[in-house]
Design a protein around this ligand. Structure first.
Ligand SMILES: [Zn+2]
Length: 177
């Protein structure tokens, strides 16, 4: 957890993921000027595209920008929540760091166009901003065997009962507000 002065705590904090960086973030329409921008440390090494690297380099000159690594406690919370929502198999290591970093900054918003990141945030009560796509329903994923129709909470290679493949399904829950 990063300690901040009182003044800085009053400002809005935005956690930026790789999909947000790809949209030439920071975008003034989304982020107000005196807000805080947080990029999880892991993105520095995980971002591969030339374009995103260039954007990241430009952003690094921004006085508002900080790099941060999430606490182990928040990472565990995120991974446990992702297991029960079924998002875990759709999330990269960087994705889990984005959401966990948001937990370390109370009141922070996550900026992401990623479906699984948004879904996970809705389960954890983290506010989301997006550039294009925003989910309207919360999903709880499960896997069903195409042979015997057995249901599983987690993704596994093949059905332990009959050896057939599994297909992903979900139950929907509307997000309030
Ligand atoms: Zn089966």
């Amino acid at each position: 957890m990063i300690s901040m002065s009182k003044d800085k705590q009053d400002k809005r904090t935005y956690i930026i993921d790789s999909t947000a960086i790809m949209h030439f973030f920071p975008n003034d329409k989304i982020v107000d000027e005196d807000s805080y921008l947080v990029i999880p440390d892991i993105l520095r090494s995980e971002i591969k595209s030339f374009q995103a690297k260039a954007v990241l380099e430009v952003m690094s000159a921004d006085q508002r920008l900080i790099y941060a690594s999430p606490s182990d406690h928040s990472l565990n919370t995120v991974k446990e929540t992702a297991k029960s929502s079924g998002d875990i198999s759709s999330l990269s290591e960087a994705d889990t760091h984005v959401v966990a970093t948001a937990l370390d900054f109370p009141g922070a918003l996550v900026i992401s166009d990623d479906n699984a990141v948004q879904n996970l945030c809705s389960f954890l009560g983290i506010q989301i901003e997006t550039f294009s796509f925003k989910i309207k329903t919360r999903r709880v994923y499960f896997w069903k065997c195409i042979g015997c129709s057995n249901k599983f909470k987690e993704k596994i290679a093949v059905c332990p009962e009959c050896g057939n493949k599994l297909k992903r399904f979900y139950r929907k829950k509307k997000i309030k507000g």
